[in-house]
Write a protein of this length. Structure first.
Length: 161
């Protein structure tokens, strides 16, 4: 079934196209908008974006595979990006990543069985002075310890007491 945006997002699309000098330049913001609705970039989404931006599906596929923020398969309700770059690594991101994997019962790149969390690694997320850190959806969590991670996850799963 072909992909279609909601009426509200169609209005946003018109706004996006009005801000760029040509349709090709709107490819990335349009992909973000589609992902916001669909959760990931399916073949149908690639077809949709290619048609709207008047480019080939190969071009859109190239964009999607280049940027890690585009999901190439279905993901959990919340996406956890744990930074593994140098500043965070020196401040214990390995321990945080191990803790997250143990607590969630998944490896990096996997989604929990309940579909709540997808755990991923990120390159520097520009919060180097507050490492170790992770990004959950659009929220930064900094100066992490295993205890802080537990509290954050418990709040997200509604288990906080
Ligand atoms: S190294 Fe982790 S945010 Fe920059």
């Amino acid at each position: 079934m072909p992909f279609a945006l909601s009426t509200e997002r169609e209005r946003e699309t018109a706004d996006i196209f009005s801000r760029y000098p040509n349709k090709l330049a709107a490819c990335i913001p349009l992909l973000h908008l589609c992902q916001e609705q669909n959760g990931w970039i399916s073949d149908e989404v690639i077809q949709f974006v290619a048609e709207r931006c008047e480019v080939s599906t190969a071009h859109v596929q190239g964009v999607v595979t280049f940027y890690t923020l585009f999901n190439q398969k279905p993901v959990g309700k919340h996406q956890i990006w744990v930074c593994r770059t140098l500043s965070c690594a020196l401040r214990g991101s390995d321990q945080i990543a191990r803790h997250l994997q143990k607590k969630l019962g998944v490896h990096i790149g996997e989604t929990t069985k309940d579909g709540l969390f997808t755990l991923r690694e990120a390159e520097c997320l520009a919060a180097c002075g507050q490492g170790p850190m992770m990004l959950i959806d659009k929220t930064y969590h900094e100066n992490l310890t295993p205890e802080k991670v537990d509290k954050i996850l418990d709040e997200l799963t509604g288990e906080a007491k």
